[in-house]
Design a protein around this ligand. Structure first.
Ligand SMILES: Cc1cc2nc3c(=O)[nH]c(=O)nc-3n(C[C@H](O)[C@H](O)[C@H](O)COP(=O)(O)OP(=O)(O)OC[C@H]3O[C@@H](n4cnc5c(N)ncnc54)[C@H](O)[C@@H]3O)c2cc1C
Length: 422
């Protein structure tokens, strides 16, 4: 692997044959997450593809010319031509492999893969999920000098990093941008010395053996596991939703509201998330229609008062979406009036859905005792029904799912484990 500067771009990249180029920055957690994957793959694919990196801050003009807008960004070149997809942000190892493979013949891909050596690493505690629950557990365990690894399929931070503003996390007088709060939590845990394996593919979780396989070749073992995998947004399950997911239907206001400047938006839902995110989306959108199945919102009173005072937002109670279609630039939402059973159409530029969450338990759900909604049952020390397996945060069976409660669960599990291991 070699570092180049902008003046070497022509000779090293354009005339360089098959090349992958990493635009990185300093003080960039996603760059730190991708660096070991890039280095590992350079050893595997290095005979066929040149692995180069370039410091983005010192190569601004070149980065702009190539359409690089964030760090890290990986660009692939074959004989001077940019090929494949540019990868940015929380890049997974499997995504890089896919692009590298596309530059090689099938037989060569097989040959390279045959050299892949699996690896095993061992820790005292493995935490699955680096949201507030997992990060807090990681911090306490690390401060107790317990060898801990945090594994996440995304970058650290969990749902907080996609929440535009957090006003109820104690210790901050002013509301905090969610990404900042999660960044601080993550850095605090990392600085203590916990090992991070983030933006990885989690292929298999074996709770009996306390083993997890990541990125297909690496086995991570631990004496104890804390499950902190949180929840994911519920889908509505109506025609057109899957097809338009990410192409007009969104589940994350922080990520996508900015694309709806001066546009018409439909929001589905009526709980805290829907009502609070509607307020945020209204900073961009021209007009918002809230579609909710009941005759009143279930969000807290303060949030509701703010919403009803917002002239951009109108409500459609006792209605439910029945399907979505795209017509040109517009999304047509077919809604049913639950009282009259008649249907009508809402025309908008985009749809946001906030209709609750489901626990992320797919890879181990048959092993643990769950409540009737699929959340993991725990005791007061956050122990699950399996020995040495703990669970914390939104993924457990409890009444209130907030950052403070996830943080509290993480604390309890870590202190209980530290006492046991003492
Ligand atoms: C839109 C919205 C706004 C919110 N606003 C607020 C607010 O203002 N105040 C407040 O207190 N709370 C708020 N919440 C709730 C709060 O975000 C959650 O309670 C909190 O993030 C839960 O933390 P957690 O660590 O349990 O899970 P999460 O934050 O969900 O983190 C779980 C982590 O696990 C990872 N993961 C998932 N599956 C796997 C796997 N198989 N292997 C490894 N890792 C995995 C995920 O990538 C994620 O990083 C909001 C939630 C939403 C959706």
């Amino acid at each position: 692997m070699k570092e180049i500067n902008a003046s070497e771009f022509e000779s090293e990249v354009i005339k360089g044959g098959k090349v992958v180029l990493d635009f990185y920055s300093t003080e960039c957690p996603p760059c730190e997450a991708v660096a070991p994957k890039f280095e590992g793959l350079s050893k595997l694919y290095g005979e066929d593809i040149k692995f180069l990196k370039i410091f983005r801050q010192q190569s601004r003009e070149l980065a702009e010319q190539l359409g690089v807008k964030s760090s890290p960004s990986l660009l692939f070149f074959d004989n001077g031509k940019q090929v494949g997809n540019m990868l940015s942000g929380g890049i997974k190892r499997s995504e890089i492999i896919k692009e590298l493979d596309n530059m090689l013949s099938e037989s060569r891909q097989q040959e390279i893969k045959s050299h892949l050596k699996s690896s095993i690493s061992e820790y005292d505690v493995m935490i699955l999920g680096a949201g507030p629950g997992g990060l807090t557990a990681g911090l306490y365990l690390c401060q107790s000098k317990i060898n801990t690894v945090l594994i996440d399929i995304a970058l650290p931070g969990g749902q907080v990093s996609t929440t535009h503003e957090v006003s109820n996390y104690p210790g901050f007088i002013e509301p905090q941008p969610g990404y900042m709060l999660s960044h601080n939590m993550s850095e605090q845990t990392k600085q203590c010395g916990s090992v991070y394996k983030v933006a990885v593919d989690v292929n298999k979780i074996d709770l009996d053996k306390k083993e997890v396989i990541i990125d297909e070749f690496e086995t991570v073992k631990a004496k104890k596991i804390i499950i902190a995998t949180g929840t994911s947004p519920n889908l509505m399950g109506v025609p057109g939703e899957k097809e338009l997911k990410g192409k007009g239907i969104s589940y994350c206001a922080t990520c996508d509201a900015k694309y709806y400047n001066d546009k018409d938006v439909v929001i589905v839902g009526g709980g805290n998330s829907a009502v609070e995110e509607a307020d945020f989306i209204s900073k961009f959108a021209k007009k918002i229609t809230m579609v909710h199945q009941f005759d009143a919102f279930t969000a807290n009173k303060q949030a509701q008062e703010k919403l009803f005072a917002n002239p951009k937002i109108s409500t459609l109670f006792e209605h439910e979406p029945r399907g979505f279609v795209r017509e040109g630039d517009k999304i047509i939402t077919e809604v049913e009036n639950l009282k009259t059973k008649t249907t009508s159409k809402l025309i908008s530029d985009g749809v946001f859905v906030f209709i609750g969450m489901k626990p992320n338990i797919e890879l181990f759900k048959d092993k643990l005792k769950l409540d009737q909604w699929g959340y993991i049952k725990t005791d007061e020390d956050m122990r699950t029904s399996m020995k040495d397996i703990y669970a914390v945060g939104d993924v457990i069976s409890k009444k209130y799912r907030q950052i403070t409660t996830a943080v509290a669960d993480g604390t309890i599990a870590a202190v209980a484990i530290a006492k046991e291991m003492d």
